[in-house]
Structure formats: structure tokens, C-alpha cells
Design a protein around this ligand. Structure first.
Ligand SMILES: [Fe+2]
Ligand SMILES: [Fe+2]
Length: 231
């Protein structure tokens, strides 16, 4: 006998891909929107990042941000499994929690593509990375962020969502401002190394605008979950 499964949460495709015109509009919207009021915890991450990697955006700074961007989604995934197990007696609730896990995994994948794209741009531009600044420091900041994320989630999920929304808002503004400050990127073709998985854009400027827009979608997702922290 064949058993068919007609509803199983599939990993979402990720944030929508925009064409060149819509990417420019998205960039302008970001530049016209003030940054969120960042909490002390968020500033405890942004300040050392600015000190170590410079206030201005750069491919190496973005790679660093992308390493730590995955962390809260990993923490939520892990906490989600724990919650599913705890509420296994209520199948409707367990199912909704599982859907949140699927969502967190999809966001991790999206952040992973961002990181791979940044690393590719770093290699292509022949930028050197050092062990202390680009391996050890991201590990320490990720370690801090991971534990903060799950502890906040345990105490009050909305605090964890709020912190991630601030992180994503920061990333969105960093990307869009970097593109505005570096007009030469308009004439640098997208190498398309991950075209099959992420898409190919007209220029590196558009590629970075797309990543900036993804960060906005992540931010809006966290702000939405904040309204309904317990599924
Ligand atoms: Fe990202
Ligand atoms: Fe993000």
C-alpha cells in the first residue's frame, strides 16, 4: 500500500528575488528609513565589530556579520526542538512549533548563502584575512550571541526576536549604505558563483542590494514573531 503525505512543511524558498529597478527602490526605502533604536545588547556586538573591522562597510566586515547572523536562527531551531518535545502531547501546538523550526532553518540557509557570496568576493578581490580577526573574533562574538539568544528566548522569546530584528536592521542599513558609498560596484559584474542557488544579478551593487533586502525580510519576520512569540 502506498501512503501519500499531503502536508509536510517544506523549507520556504527564502526572501523574494527582486529585479534591478525594485532593488534600487528597496535601497532608497532603507536609506530613507531611520535605523531602529538599538538596545545595549545589540550595541555590545556592533561596537566591537566597528572597532575591529572599521565603521565603513567592507566585504570582510560583511563576512564577519554573516558568520554571526546565523546564530540566533540556530539557537531558535534548537529551542524549537526542545519545545516540540515538551508539547508533544498537543499535536496542533507541536505542529506549529515545528513550522517555526522549518522557518528558522530556511533563514539559516539564506544567511549561509550570504556568507559564501561574501567569501567569494573576498577571494576574487584578493583581500587577505587573518586568523585572529576573521576566525577567532567571529567565534567569540558568535559564542556570546548564541548564548544570549537562547537565554533570552527561554526567558522571554520576544526579547530574542527584538534583538535579532535590531541585528537585521543594522545589516540591512550596512549593505544599502555601502552600495550608495561605492558607485564603482555598479560597474562590477556579479561573478555569479552561486547563481544556481542564489540567482545572478546585473552587478555586485545589485547583488548586495538583494542581500540587504533579504536582511529586511528577516527583520520583518522577527518583528512579526515578536507580536506572536509563542506559536
Ligand atoms: Fe545575511
Ligand atoms: Fe539576515
Amino acid at each position: 500500500m502506498t501512503i501519500t503525505v499531503d502536508h509536510r512543511p517544506e523549507a520556504p524558498a527564502g526572501p523574494p528575488k527582486l529585479d534591478s529597478t525594485r532593488l534600487r527602490i528597496a535601497q532608497q526605502e532603507t536609506l530613507d528609513t531611520p535605523r531602529m533604536a538599538y538596545s545595549l545588547l545589540a550595541r555590545m556586538m556592533f561596537t566591537p565589530v566597528d572597532l575591529l573591522y572599521g565603521r565603513q562597510g567592507s566585504f570582510t566586515k560583511f563576512a564577519m556579520l554573516e558568520i554571526i547572523a546565523r546564530v540566533p536562527y540556530q539557537a531558535w531551531e534548537r529551542m524549537g526542538y526542545w519545545a516540540v518535545h515538551r508539547h508533544a502531547g498537543s499535536s496542533a501546538l507541536a505542529k506549529r512549533m515545528f513550522e517555526r523550526i522549518v522557518e528558522a532553518r530556511s533563514d539559516q540557509d539564506n544567511e549561509q548563502w550570504h556568507l559564501l557570496i561574501m567569501q567569494d568576493l573576498i577571494q576574487r578581490h584578493g583581500i587577505r584575512q587573518n586568523w585572529l580577526l576573521h576566525k577567532v573574533a567571529p567565534w567569540f562574538i558568535s559564542f556570546f550571541y548564541y548564548h544570549v539568544s537562547w537565554v533570552l528566548f527561554l526567558v522571554r522569546p520576544e526579547w530574542s526576536y527584538r534583538l535579532n530584528a535590531e541585528f537585521e536592521d543594522h545589516a540591512e542599513h550596512e549593505y544599502m549604505t555601502f552600495v550608495a558609498d561605492n558607485p564603482d560596484l555598479e560597474f562590477t559584474p556579479d561573478p555569479g558563483t552561486y547563481a544556481a542557488e542564489y540567482g545572478r544579478f546585473r552587478s555586485v551593487a545589485d547583488l548586495l542590494r538583494q542581500i540587504g533586502h533579504d536582511e529586511r525580510v528577516h527583520k520583518l519576520g522577527s518583528l512579526e514573531n515578536l507580536e506572536n512569540p509563542r506559536p
